[in-house]
Design a protein around this ligand. Structure first.
Ligand SMILES: [Zn+2]
Ligand SMILES: [Zn+2]
Length: 324
């Protein structure tokens, strides 16, 4: 099983500006002033040595993650603008298919890609929204109403269903078991754990963890336990999450590390980036989290030979693929 990040930016799309791209190009050219390149492969090899913030970006599309399982059906978490890039990557002549979209919640950054999802306009396709918010159908339809959008929901030719359950419910897509957890976020949000043949990928975005996260027996430690991949809301710095942005419904990089270590998560992917931060700012916050991970693991593994967790921590970016 594999997770493919199609949209990782929080709150709204925040693509790089011309000025920030120019700065990256300028820095890369300056950094290469003593290199000579025989061919483009050598240029590519040089680019690989640069930090991601200098050759790419962390923030473009809003929330959308594909869970690639053995099933022929497509599985997504959220329908932010990343969903459109997925659609663009597919052949126009793709055969009819079933698309499952598990919705964390209905804030705009998690649904705004759906009006641009071309498979929804094609008869023969089947799209099923899974989730918990009673007004999911109303929200999906409303964002396509005049005067906000030129094409009404009714123009979509696919068979579109809304599978809305009560809190605590789980789902199944072929061999993929989907368990769920209610999260702390304005208007509530839900996290999803996808499990197939012993591999587990967890999507837990737009979720705040207050002081109760330090309690022994904290329910998220159980939910995250032994995950192969945890995609976790790290929009804020620890200082922001605990002070001025407390109760805004998001978490931070340090809490991501701490909960992953306690839950023995193998790979932590920090997601839902703060759109106001530059790519370099996000990498700086990430470096603090990596240092904290080392300290934290040294403390909890003192005098023991136990393995430390998480074994890998990465910042999500559009196009990142993570094997469970
Ligand atoms: Zn969000
Ligand atoms: Zn939200």
């Amino acid at each position: 099983m594999k997770a493919i990040i199609w949209g990782s930016c929080g709150s709204l799309p925040a693509p790089s500006t011309s000025e920030s791209i120019r700065q990256k190009v300028r820095d890369a050219i300056w950094g290469a002033r003593e290199h000579s390149f025989e061919n483009l492969d050598a240029v590519d090899a040089y680019l690989e040595t640069l930090p991601h913030c200098e050759r790419g970006t962390y923030k473009a599309n809003t929330s959308c993650v594909q869970i690639q399982a053995k099933s022929d059906d497509f599985i997504f978490c959220d329908a932010g603008t990343g969903l459109r890039d997925f659609a663009l990557s597919q052949s126009k002549d793709a055969p009819p298919a079933t698309y499952h979209i598990f919705i964390s919640h209905l804030h705009w950054d998690h649904i705004q890609g759906f009006p641009f999802f071309t498979p929804a306009y094609k008869a023969g396709n089947r799209i099923i929204f899974h989730g918990f918010h009673k007004d999911t159908e109303r929200a999906i339809r409303a964002q396509m109403e005049a005067p906000c959008f030129p094409v009404p929901f009714e123009a979509m030719q696919a068979d579109i269903e809304f599978d809305i359950r009560e809190n605590g419910a789980s789902f199944q897509v072929d061999d993929v078991q989907v368990t769920t957890i209610k999260q702390q976020h304005p208007g509530d949000s839900w996290g999803y754990c996808f499990e197939e043949h012993g591999k587990r990928i967890i999507f837990s975005s737009d979720s705040e963890h207050g002081p109760e996260a330090r309690d022994e027996g904290y329910r998220f430690v159980d939910f995250f336990r032994d995950a192969d991949v945890l995609i976790f809301d790290g929009q804020y710095t620890f200082e922001e999450a605990t002070n001025e942005k407390r109760n805004w419904g998001h978490s931070d990089h340090m809490t991501a590390v701490e909960l992953s270590a306690r839950s023995k998560v193998r790979q932590l992917i920090v997601f839902h980036h703060e759109p106001a931060y530059s790519d370099a700012d996000i990498e700086e916050i990430h470096k603090d989290a990596l240092r904290y991970n080392e300290d934290y693991n040294q403390r909890i593994s003192k005098d023991t030979n136990c393995k430390t967790y998480p074994q890998r921590i990465e910042l999500a970016f559009d196009g990142l693929e993570i094997e469970a």
